[in-house]
Structures are given as structure tokens and as C-alpha cells.
Ligand binder design. Structure first.
Ligand SMILES: [Mg+2]
Length: 225
């Protein structure tokens, strides 16, 4: 029986990837390390900020020391906030599906974004209280596709919602990237894929694929596990 639902954030609830891309380029272009949108989709999507900066430097053979990395991550967070202050739109059906689950089943976000990126957007959608727990890049030391973030999400959701039967096999994850799917599967959780970022053939291993969250209700999800 379905006990809990875990949402990825970027590419599932909100289309922030173009905004993250713009924030990265704002910092990387002056360093001569900028890259195109196609490279972002092919090589960077699914990385958290830390690994995305590391890869941008590594792929050009430019050394990156920890203090410089920390400064870049902080500045990128500031630039991102400036960009989202202009207003962000949720994906169709996202607010409705989340509102339909919230308060009825344990509900979590497991994201490679920073907490400071996520909370202001949830506030814009009046969803700041909808989730029982939120696990972000701030909480783990390795990003998806490593399953650590999903393992931690299960652990914290079970602690926040005792007696609700939270276990890998009783939860569903909603993800948009191959790396995110690999992370959830690595933690033993079934995945519904959404084709917002990648075509269906790249979302192997999922138990269902949808083009939009407006195709899903809590009842649909309950039938999947
Ligand atoms: Mg995503």
C-alpha cells in the first residue's frame, strides 16, 4: 500500500533548470568557463551546484580549490534568488497534485537544489507547509545519482511520520532525470518518470511515465505500489 510520495523539485514541480543555467553562466562566463544550454542538458542536469561547478572546471582542466568552490556556490545562490524574484511558474498539475496528497499521505521533497533555492519558490506557490520534510543538497555530501539523498529522505520521512509505514517499497518517487531515477532506484524506491527534461526512452526503470503531473492523482499513484 502506498505510504508516502517523494517529489524531486527541479524539472518536476517547477521549471527552474533554465534559471539555474542562467545563474551558472552569469558566474562561469566571466571566467571563460561558460557552456551552452545543450551541454547543460547533456552533462550537468542532475548535478547539484557543487558537482556542477567541479565539472565545469574539471572538463576544462582548470583547478578549483575548496574556498573558491564555496564562494561560487554562495554567489550562485544569490544570483538564482535575484532571477526567481521576478516570478516562477509551477508545471501544470504540480500544485494540484501536491495539494491533493498533502495531509493525506506523508509527503517529501528530495532535491539536489539548495534549501535556499527551494523555499522561496514553495512560498510563491503557497506550498511552504505542504511537505512533511525536505531533503536538499545541504543535507548530503554526494549528489544524485548516488542514492544517499533518497535513503536520507526515507529515514527522515519515517521519523517525521511515525507509524505510517514509510519504507522503500511503500513509497513512490517522481523524477525527471536519468540520474534522479538511478538515485531513487538505488534506494529501492519505485519511480514515476515525467518527460519534462528527457524523452521517455531516457527514463528507463520507471513504473510509469507521464508528460504532465496533471495526468496523475493520488488514486493513480496508490495503484502503482
Ligand atoms: Mg529534476
Amino acid at each position: 500500500m502506498l505510504a508516502g510520495v517523494i517529489f524531486d523539485f527541479d524539472g518536476v514541480i517547477v521549471d527552474t533548470e533554465p534559471l539555474h543555467y542562467r545563474a551558472f553562466q552569469t558566474l562561469l562566463e566571466p571566467l571563460g568557463l561558460g557552456y551552452g544550454w545543450d551541454s547543460y542538458v547533456a552533462d550537468y542536469l542532475g548535478f547539484d551546484d557543487r558537482d556542477a561547478f567541479r565539472e565545469a572546471f574539471r572538463s576544462r582542466g582548470v583547478p578549483l580549490k575548496e574556498p573558491e568552490l564555496a564562494a561560487l556556490i554562495q554567489r550562485k545562490g544569490e544570483v538564482f534568488l535575484e532571477i526567481i524574484a521576478a516570478g516562477v511558474k509551477p508545471y501544470p498539475g504540480a500544485v494540484e497534485l501536491i495539494s491533493g496528497i498533502s495531509g493525506r499521505l506523508p509527503l517529501a521533497i528530495c532535491s539536489g537544489a539548495l534549501r535556499s533555492d527551494i523555499l522561496p519558490i514553495l512560498e510563491q506557490f503557497a506550498l511552504e507547509s505542504a511537505f512533511d520534510i525536505i531533503v536538499t543538497a545541504d543535507d548530503v555530501s554526494v549528489s544524485k545519482p548516488d542514492p544517499a539523498c533518497y535513503r536520507l529522505t526515507l529515514e527522515r520521512l519515517a521519523a517525521a511520520c511515525p507509524g505510517k509505514g514509510i519504507a522503500p517499497e511503500s513509497c513512490i518517487v517522481i523524477e525527471d532525470t536519468p540520474g534522479g531515477i538511478a538515485a531513487a532506484l538505488g534506494a529501492g524506491i519505485a519511480v514515476v518518470g515525467i518527460t519534462t527534461s528527457y524523452p521517455a526512452e531516457r527514463l528507463a526503470g520507471t513504473i510509469r511515465i507521464v508528460a504532465s503531473l496533471s495526468e496523475l492523482t493520488l488514486d493513480d499513484l496508490s495503484l502503482l505500489v
